[in-house]
Design a binder for this molecule. Structure first.
Ligand code: URP
Ligand code: ZN
Ligand code: ZN
Length: 533
């Protein structure tokens, strides 16, 4: 048995993780023509042995100059001066950072939405991810007519062409006994430990408070994390009508119709309902000061609430939605909307100070033709922006290069915290002996430039067009294979593994004790003597 295999078994046993299943694909994915750089279908390191030499190895808890030795997809050793034979591929990382690959907690690949489908699927979206230093993502399974198993099966199918590891959240769009039972099945059999409730998208994905309460109860009992898209969907529908009736039909109407107050209201409501149930809560795509302040207040009072800003909210402002060119303006349409200047900086500060915990992308791409479905009516513009390829660079530039956070905190917010929240740490989110060899080498002295011309998404636009900065992911290693080096992508359709995520993450520790203390505090029922009559 190889050292890598031994470490894998020890680690799996220690953290009681079932070894992930591989959903294999025998089909060879055709070259999509989306790559602006070389793509081939061969593995790069035939021996499966890699040594990364002399880099600064960064984990969320510590950084140190060391070598990292990888065998068969597993990190075997992290220490200085590792000697190896000629059959090992050596990467010189002197003066560079060696960090866990990014984990994107929020993506929508191959999603059917608003009458169309995202143009990035599990092949092109993941290719883009790897080129940008992200080595795992968690995508949202959408049930089919409310049926969870059917939704899961369809995503298993969509993910067969995966080129990197991935996990699934699942949306809950209706409530009955069957859904409740199927949630159990998803957690116990299918490796899903989080469920998303859309408080917006009236008439489509939106749920009501009664369903949210049922969902929070069920999630708590299963040790699964409840996630919310927090906007008041009824008020958004009213706002859309009001703005449209004013004759505002273009993309700016999107922002005007769903202001921050509606995000703040729904965030506060979800937080209070989670407090009522005493269940942990994860708020996705926090886009406004209003929502962020509700999260800050709840966390200060001791509530277990996680806040996820996304790259668009951290780095853009709403001005693009007012662009006179429809195609340019429409590319910025996402929900909740990208806000006025000021929200972006406040979200950055909240991330730096721990009010918000990790960064996602909400990568959900539509090309210009699809966005044009809403020409003349902003309500029909498919909602979503790109980000899976840009996240690691933009967070580096915005948070580290600017001096707002340390390099170790960068690793925490782009990788480690996500692995902990979704209970796959330290298999993912760390450079430790026994962890999966998902690693990036970032050169802090090289620079990046973002453009739709050179990105790997299938989209013909990029909301970060023209952005530049320092800090470049020069090498990405995914599952022990060098997949991105010298601007070349080398990926294999079907090589990505489905990562099962077990329930009861650290967010559930002590919940039972708090519930017991609450019950003890009730001093009820009061045992009374019988009434006299
Ligand atoms: O505009 C967005 N965010 N599209 C994706 C669906 C969602 O709400 O997460
Ligand atoms: Zn959402
Ligand atoms: Zn989303």
């Amino acid at each position: 048995m190889s050292m890598a295999s031994l470490l894998r078994i020890i680690l799996s046993t220690l953290i009681l993780l079932p070894i992930s299943i591989t959903i294999s694909a025998s089909e060879s994915h055709p070259t999509q023509g989306f790559c602006s750089v070389e793509c081939d279908t061969e593995l790069t390191s035939s021996s499966g042995k890699i040594l990364i030499k002399q880099g600064t190895v960064v984990n969320a808890h510590h950084k140190v100059v060391a070598d990292v030795y990888i065998e068969d997809g597993i990190i075997v050793s992290v220490r200085p001066n590792i000697a190896v034979g000629d059959d090992v591929k050596v990467i010189d990382a002197t003066g560079k950072y060696v960090m866990p690959g990014g984990i994107d907690p929020h993506t929508h690949l191959a999603m059917d939405f608003m009458g169309t489908g995202t143009i990035d699927d599990f092949y092109t979206g993941q290719a883009a991810a790897l080129a940008g230093g992200t080595t795992m993502h968690i995508d949202f399974v959408i049930p089919i007519n409310g049926n969870l198993s059917a939704g899961f099966a369809s995503y298993v199918d969509k993910a067969k062409k995966s080129v990197m590891d991935y996990g699934f959240h699942m949306a809950i769009t209706k409530w009955d006994e069957a859904v409740s039972k199927e949630m159990e099945l998803m957690v116990k059999e299918n490796g899903i430990n989080s469920f998303k409730f859309f408080m917006a998208y009236k008439g489509a994905l939106m749920i009501n408070d009664e369903l949210l309460l049922h969902g929070l109860e069920k999630c708590k009992s299963l040790g699964a994390l409840a996630m919310v898209h927090a906007e008041n969907g009824d008020a958004v529908a009213e706002g859309q009508k009001r703005i449209f009736d004013l004759g505002i039909t273009g993309p700016e109407g999107h922002a005007l119709s769903r202001p921050p107050v509606l995000e703040g209201e729904a965030t506060a409501r979800a937080i209070r309902l989670a407090s009522f149930i005493n269940a942990p809560l994860y708020v996705v795509h926090v886009m406004s000061i209003d929502a962020m302040e509700e999260i800050a207040k709840a966390r200060k009072s001791g509530q277990r609430v996680i806040g996820e800003p996304v790259v668009s909210g951290l780095t853009l402002d709403e001005s693009g939605l007012w662009d006179s060119d429809f195609t340019t303006a429409a590319k910025y349409v996402m929900s909740p909307p990208i806000r006025k200047t000021g929200h972006d900086k406040a979200l950055q500060d909240a991330l730096a100070t721990g009010i918000l915990q990790l960064v996602g992308t909400d990568h959900c791409t539509f090309n210009s033709t699809q966005k044009a479905f809403g020409y003349g009516d902003f309500r029909k513009i498919p909602n979503g922006v790109n980000g899976i390829e840009e996240r690691m660079h933009l967070v580096w530039e915005t948070m580290v290069e600017s001096g707002k956070i340390s390099v170790t905190d960068y690793v925490r917010i782009t990788s480690t915290e996500c692995a902990k929240i979704f209970n796959i740490y330290p298999r993912k989110g760390a450079i430790l002996e026994g962890s999966d060899a998902d690693i990036i080498v970032l050169n802090p002295n090289a620079s990046f430039r973002i453009s739709a011309i050179s990105h790997h998404s299938r989209s013909d636009t990029n909301v970060y067009e023209g952005k530049t900065g320092k800090g470049k992911v020069e090498v990405t290693i995914s599952g022990g294979r060098v997949v991105w080096e010298e601007g070349n992508l080398k990926i294999t359709s079907g090589s990505g593994k489905y990562i099962k995520m077990p329930p009861f993450s650290y967010l559930f520790d002590g919940i039972d004790k708090a519930d017991a203390a609450y019950l003890a505090s009730l001093r009820s029922p009061v045992h009374r003597t019988a009434a006299a009559y």
